[in-house]
Design a protein around this ligand. Sequence first.
Ligand code: AMP
Length: 548
Amino acid sequence: MHGLMQRTPLLLSSLITHAAENHAGAEIVGQSVEGPIVRSSWGEVARRAAQLAGALSRLGVREGDRIATLAWNTPRHLELYFGVTGIGAVLHTVNPRLFLPQIEYMLRHAEDSFLFFDISFTDIVAALAPKLAELRGLVALTDRAHMPALGLPNVLCYEDLLAGEADIYLWPRLDEDAASILCYTSGTTGNPKGVLYSHRALLLHSFCAAAADGLAVSCLDSGLVVVPLFHANAWGLPFAAAMVGAKLVLPGARLDGASLFSLMQTERCTFAAGVPTVWFGLFDYIDRNRDALDLSRFCLDRILCGGSAAPRVLIKRFDETFGAFLLHAWGMTETSPIATLGRLLPKHLGLDREARYDIQSKQGRPVYGVEVAIFDPEGQRLPRDGRAVGHLKVRGPWVTAGYFKGEGGVVLDAENWFDTGDVATIDADGYVTLTDRAKDIIKSGGEWISSIELENAAVGHPDVLEAAAIGVSHPKWVERPLLLVRCKEGKVVEKQAMLDFLADRVARWWLPDDVIMVEELPHTATGKLSKVSLRKTYADYLLKKAAE
Ligand code: AMP
């Protein structure tokens, strides 16, 4: 017997309709690419998304057409999130930090019909557009006064495009399984692969993001979204915020510590979301300007942090500086992205700070909607005992079932598990602790050393800004850890001092065979340490040293 409830499709357009009707006045504040701070609202975003939808229809964009963006977190990019998906077209958010050939590959692979770009990316567009035959038009996300001189045909001005269009749009009743957003994984090896989100998946994910034990986004919040709109839907924040009418603060291209500090202060942010590197930049700014800064005007309640492991030192600094709780999250582009969140359980409430930081350092417990489990290399499920280390697999309604155009072949096993490529433990309470990416783990004489744990321990040193631990060839143990350390400006940490520091924090046999001070560490386009290039550079380092 069927239930007698309405079969309303779960569509992203329902979010902007809801926001316009119920939270029209809630603010959207953005750092524009042109310079000034722009003040908009959910009502304004809804009206302009409707105008955009009208313009796209007029340009002949149809359901399923891909529309690419090369853009920062700005109100205009947010309008595209709703205007493009609302008409059933697919928003392809491109990471502008990737190498030019990778961007070209993605635009070609996605067969994008239009490319909307921030004027700061004019050079990329000028280099690529002539090569892309599928592109029917380019749209500069600016007004007439700031139009770049590209010298290409088919360059439209966003504000001109919207002008004259009706500010209401009758959003079509699409199939909830229709594609809505396309986001390519950064692809540390091989070509990037496209994750194609359905409306249904992202809508269900928004309920999870907004929930009290999720990201707990509410209409009382003012959230600084540093995580890019081009990376895994900015962790679903645009949709969760529209659902509840939260104020959003979008930092544009200015991601330095000073700019973020100023936005968080003036916009009275209650939460901020970003990867650990961004927050180290913030504290670097605070440390340099301590005496001149007024921290009393902050109302920061929590930091949403993921993308790579949040070191304990960061958790502690947010607590001590702002009284803010660092909510550690783990997920991936393929999981929309929220999968586990580091919320506390009732039994943790009485813990002292240090013991609480231990819990917060873990990657968190699965949210409803994502099942997690660990498996040994033979595919046997491993226990949730906090000790067994295995390959982390996930499944659920917002986990990918395969990549765009079948790239990478079949990605699910017979029981629908998706192998994340991460290696983890899960404890009896369900807390996942990531020990490594499968390919980053350091295999010393058959035993595994967690590069994440070594790095987290190293950045606990007050003079260290960043650290990377990699496994390099060793004549006896096959692989041994090598630690690369980037110190804070003007600071030096000698090898022995670092080893002494680590000796209190990790097992003796985990201690790196060597410690090298470096000026810079390489990062991928999503801000993670690029260990592939480090491993290449230092592959024979210990072998050569042994031969000397
Ligand atoms: P991406 O698809 O670019 O978002 O990358 C996803 C990958 O980032 C995951 O598979 C993890 O390896 C890593 N990652 C994400 N969140 C965390 C976290 N909290 N701690 C450690 N690694 C993380």
